[in-house]
Design a protein around this ligand. Structure first.
Ligand SMILES: N[C@@H](CCC(=O)N[C@@H](CS)C(=O)NCC(=O)O)C(=O)O
Length: 219
C-alpha cells in the first residue's frame, strides 16, 4: 500500500474535500494533500476534473476520481483496511446512498439559500427546517446515521456538523438549537468528539473567520 500514489486536490475549508480526508483517515490510507486556491485553480485540478472543474479530486496511481460521494465509494471498495463506511447489506447500502443524496440535493441547497437578507430568506429557512426535521427523525434510536459507528451518511453530513452552524450564526438565524433538534445536536457533539473528525475538520473559529470574509466580499 505504501508504494501507491494517493493525492487529494482539496481545500481545508471545503466540506466536500473534508469528506474524502475523513474516509482516507478512517481507512488509515497515507495521502498527499494539495490545497487548492479556488480563485486560481491548479492546472492539475482542471486537467483531472475537466467536467466540473471542482475539488475534491482524488488521484490514485495516476487515475483521477471526482465528486466526493463517488470518491467515498471508491475508497470503500479499493481499501479493505480499517472499518467499512458502507454497510454490506444491499438494502442498508441503498438507504445510506439515499440519505447521502438527500443531504447533498436538499439540505446543502437549502443551506446556502438562507444567506443574505433577501425576500426569499424566510422561505428558505422554513425549507431548511423541514429538511433538518427529516434528519432529526432519521436519527431516532441511533447514535450516528450509520448506527454505532460513523459511516457514509455521517461523513456526508459533516457540513451539518460544522459549516451549517457557522453559517446560521453569521446570518443571525437561530435554528439549530437543542430545543428544536435534540438528536441532531447530540449527533453534532458526538461526531465532532470523534478523534478522526477532530483531527480533520477546521477549528470552528478559524472557519468562522474564513466564511465571514467570504460573505463580506460577496455581499
Ligand atoms: N458535488 C461536488 C461539489 C464540490 C464543490 O462544490 N466544490 C467546490 C469547493 S467547496 C468547488 O470546487 N468550487 C469551485 C467552483 O465552483 O468553481 C462534490 O461532492 O464533490
Amino acid at each position: 500500500m505504501g508504494d501507491q500514489e494517493v493525492k487529494l486536490f482539496g481545500l481545508w475549508a471545503s466540506p466536500f474535500s473534508k469528506r474524502v480526508e475523513i474516509a482516507l483517515k478512517i481507512k488509515g490510507i497515507d495521502y498527499q494533500h494539495v490545497d487548492e486556491d479556488l480563485s486560481n485553480k491548479s492546472p492539475e485540478l482542471l486537467k483531472y476534473n475537466p467536467v466540473h472543474k471542482k475539488l475534491p479530486v482524488l488521484l490514485h496511481n495516476g487515475k483521477p476520481i471526482c465528486e466526493s460521494l463517488v470518491i467515498l465509494e471508491y475508497i470503500e471498495e479499493t481499501w479493505k483496511s480499517g472499518p467499512s463506511i458502507l454497510p454490506k447489506d444491499p438494502y442498508a447500502k441503498a438507504m445510506a446512498r439515499f440519505w447521502a443524496k438527500f443531504i447533498d440535493d436538499k439540505c446543502i441547497a437549502a443551506m446556502w439559500s438562507v444567506r443574505g437578507s433577501s425576500e426569499g430568506q424566510e422561505k428558505a429557512v422554513e425549507v431548511l427546517k423541514e429538511h433538518l426535521k427529516t434528519l432529526e427523525n432519521e436519527l431516532e434510536g441511533k447514535k450516528f446515521f450509520g448506527g454505532d459507528e460513523i459511516g457514509l451518511v455521517d461523513i456526508t453530513a459533516n457540513v451539518i456538523a460544522l459549516w451549517l452552524g457557522v453559517l446560521l450564526d453569521l446570518s443571525g438565524i437561530e435554528l439549530l438549537t437543542k430545543e428544536k433538534f435534540p438528536r441532531l445536536c447530540q449527533w453534532i457533539d458526538d461526531y465532532l468528539d470523534n478523534s478522526v473528525i477532530k483531527d480533520t475538520l477546521p477549528a470552528r473559529e478559524v472557519y468562522r473567520e474564513f466564511l465571514s470574509n467570504v460573505l463580506n466580499s460577496s455581499s
